[in-house]
Design a protein around this ligand. Structure first.
Ligand SMILES: [Zn+2]
Length: 130
């Protein structure tokens, strides 16, 4: 058996949680964790079933179809989290550069931690400080 690398998918921060949008186009998103692969729970619901055999079969099928992804977190993940932690949860958002949803929704993407701090100063604080 030849081991090949899993395809990669980039994580984004959504309401303070790291998630991946299904790259297969089903519009679902899942929480992701460093070092753990991503499989779409909507495409492969039995992966999360209580039946270990069924779950193993489903995982094998997902690997066969190259639908198991390695999650890529930004190199400055901790700095991004730190830059956003003083915001309310619903404003703790970050997209990797070129993320298709950020482009579609006309939102910033690929922001540096300093860029996030500057954004907060110019956009959010001025509404709070009069
Ligand atoms: Zn999916």
């Amino acid at each position: 058996m030849v081991l090949t690398a899993n395809p990669k998918v980039k994580a984004r921060l959504n309401h303070g949680r790291w998630i991946v949008d299904c790259p297969l186009g089903c519009n679902s998103a899942s929480l992701v964790y460093p070092g753990k692969p991503y499989i779409c729970g909507d495409h492969y619901p039995r992966v999360f079933s209580d039946d270990p055999g069924a779950a193993a079969d489903e995982v094998a099928r997902a690997y066969e179809l190259k639908h198991v992804y390695d999650v890529v977190f930004p190199g400055d993940k901790a700095d991004i989290e730190r830059a956003l932690k003083s915001r309310p949860l619903d404003l703790q958002n970050w997209f990797p550069n070129g993320h298709p949803l950020a482009i579609e929704w006309d939102l910033p993407h690929g922001q540096s931690p300093q860029g996030l701090i500057d954004e907060e100063r110019t956009h959010y604080k001025k509404d709070l400080v009069r």
